[in-house]
Write a protein that binds this ligand. Structure first.
Ligand code: PEP
Ligand code: MG
Length: 569
């Protein structure tokens, strides 16, 4: 058995096809005619750009606009005159062959990206290496592995899947993906999820233990992989696969159904998104709105700030597509684990306790916060937008943000620009301070959304990304549960809406407790919506109140979790 990182859920069963990139040997060769070599490079560049455009168009029709964006990102890199200019200068300046110049320049950029402490930037390094090899192959006349023609029943095994390789996959034939490298948020993992192909990544040393034609079974939810499993195990996973597919199909009956408990308590089941394109999946899985739009994703993967107009278009698109359903848009939450290189931020000693989210925005009103708030207000004329402020710790922050919003409203009124005058302004409750002061905040915020990812981190004083202390990171810890219950109670007493947009909102063991506490809104990844709706409609809050009372009597996270496991079954 091999254990990797679960990257795309489902059970994959099939025969291994090992996809190994040819090892290109790139030597430093001198050239007599540098101008001709530059022309040869430009020819390869044109061809690679054309291929990339075709891949993007193919992805856009076959998978979705969001996935095509990855290829469009590659195209932008290829069109960057700085990057290609450096290759040309190197060819001319040192009279060397194009392949070697590409090697030097692209490796240099890839190494810079790889050394950054940010997963997204590291992904950029993969993109750079992918492009480098593609360009070199075109120059050398080496054909690429044709992923599009893999036979039916394939389990694709590779060291790492480059986005361009993943883009060519035919999901009819590829039953699963196993890679030695990569992470949950790598572009290839994102694509695997979009194509709904089960995938396990980061299986260290896997290629040494598998050969072409071996039987492979993988579980994309647990990250487990088997090579040549015995018949009993293979049959067990065949059963799991059938159950997974059956459940997925069965859940479709919950499309269009109300989210209401057996005793008539209605709650809202909404989605977390990062980009406007994500709305398609929200509608596909019948989300009742958006509970968290993480706007920082509009600022990432680019080299300058999105303008007010660009932001306006993005917010307007989401509001219009959701056609009157609530859309909670969180203002920029940068800092902590999310960095943006072009913003000129220095590295904090303790990033999660540092210059992050609302702290940074209030300090940079002119270039960051004002344009974002203006864009949000302008877009509010096109749908049911609500503004949410992240990482609030004290009332002054909420008051200052609200004052700024009022200032911008006055400007817009003066200029005759439309906006929703009654727009709601709420906060994320994700710090210990905000939770303890929830009764006070409830008098001045229009709604709450509990961010359990951070609330757990700040309550337990445990870095949410640190593997070594991850045993402490549990939302089932009684301290965190008390905090959640307190926030919900304060909101209900004040008569404001209280939702949750942290990962706990879709945890099957947590949903019964949250219903018992009186949570109004559950926000989660779109693909979890139907499963959660099914659960919610099967419970009665009256019964759950007894369950929650018992759960809250336990003193350790383990006891609570085990009790809930036994209850949910
Ligand atoms: C949270 O903290 O629970 C949350 C939803 O926000 P993020 O994960 O973006 O910090
Ligand atoms: Mg958070």
């Amino acid at each position: 058995m091999f254990q990797g990182t679960n990257a795309s859920s489902g059970i994959g069963i099939g025969k291994a096809v090992i996809v190994e990139e040819v090892n290109l040997v790139i030597k430093r060769e001198t050239v007599a005619d540098a101008a001709a070599e530059v022309a040869r490079f430009k020819g390869a560049l044109d061809r690679t750009m054309k291929e990339t455009e075709e891949m993007a168009a193919d992805l856009a029709t076959r998978v979705g606009e969001k996935e095509a964006e990855i290829m469009n990102g590659h195209l932008m890199l290829l069109m960057d005159p700085m990057l290609t200019g450096e290759v040309e200068n190197l060819i001319s300046g040192e009279q060397i062959c194009g392949e070697y110049a590409i090697e030097q320049v692209f490796n240099m950029y890839a190494n810079v990206f790889a050394s950054m402490d940010d997963e997204l930037m590291q992904q950029r390094a993969t993109d750079m290496r992918d492009l480098k090899t593609r360009l070199q192959k075109v120059m050398m006349g080496v054909a690429s592995v044709n992923i599009a023609t893999l036979p039916a029943g394939t389990i694709l095994v590779a060291k790492d899947l480059t986005p361009s390789m993943t883009a060519g996959i035919n999901p009819q034939n590829v039953m699963g993906i196993v890679t030695e490298l990569g992470g949950k948020t790598s572009h290839s993992a994102i694509l695997a999820r979009a194509l709904e192909i089960p995938a396990v990544v980061a299986v260290t040393g896997f290629m040494e233990h598998v050969k072409n034609g071996d039987d492979v079974v993988l579980d994309g939810s647990t990250g487990v992989v088997y090579v040549n499993p015995d018949p009993a195990l293979a049959a067990e996973y065949q059963g799991k696969r059938e159950a997974f597919l059956k459940e997925k199909k069965e859940l479709e009956q919950y499309i269009g159904k109300p989210t209401i408990t057996r005793d008539g308590v209605s709650v809202e089941l909404v989605a977390n998104i990062g980009k406007p394109e994500d709305v398609d999946k929200v509608l596909q899985y019948d989300g009742e709105g958006v509970g968290l739009f993480r706007t920082e994703f509009l600022f990432m993967d680019r080299d300058c700030m999105p303008t007010e107009d660009e932001q306006f278009e993005a917010y307007k698109t989401v509001a219009e597509k959701l056609n009157g359903k609530p859309v909670i848009i969180r203002t920029l939450d940068i800092g902590g684990d999310k960095e943006i290189p072009y913003m000129g931020l220095t590295k904090d000693e303790n990033p999660f306790l540092g210059y992050r989210a609302i702290r940074l925005c209030l300090d940079r009103k002119d270039d960051i916060y004002r344009p974002q708030l203006r864009a949000l207000l302008r877009a509010s004329a096109y749908g049911n937008i609500k503004i949410m402020i992240p990482m609030v710790t004290c009332l002054d922050e909420l008051r200052e943000a609200k004052a700024l919003i009022e200032e911008i409203k006055a400007e817009l009124t003066e200029k005759g620009i439309a906006f929703n005058k009654e727009i709601q302004v709420g906060i994320m409750v994700e710090t210990a301070a905000a939770s303890l002061m929830a009764d006070v905040f409830a008098k001045e915020a229009d709604f709450f959304s509990i961010g359990t990812n951070d609330l757990t981190q700040y309550t337990m004083s445990v870095d949410r990304g640190n593997e070594k202390i991850s045993y402490l990171y549990s939302t089932f810890n009684p301290a965190v549960l008390r905090s959640i219950r307190h926030v919900i109670t304060c909101a209900r007493e004040a008569g404001i809406m209280v939702g949750m947009c942290g990962e706990a909102a879709s945890d099957p063991l947590m949903i019964p407790l949250l219903l018992a506490f009186g949570l109004n809104e559950f926000s989660m990844s779109a693909s979890a919506i139907l499963r959660s709706r099914k659960m919610i409609t099967e419970y009665s809050t009256e019964t759950l109140k007894d369950v929650a009372e018992r759960a809250m009597m336990f003193t350790t996270a383990k006891e609570v979790e085990e009790y809930m496991k036994a209850f949910v079954g």
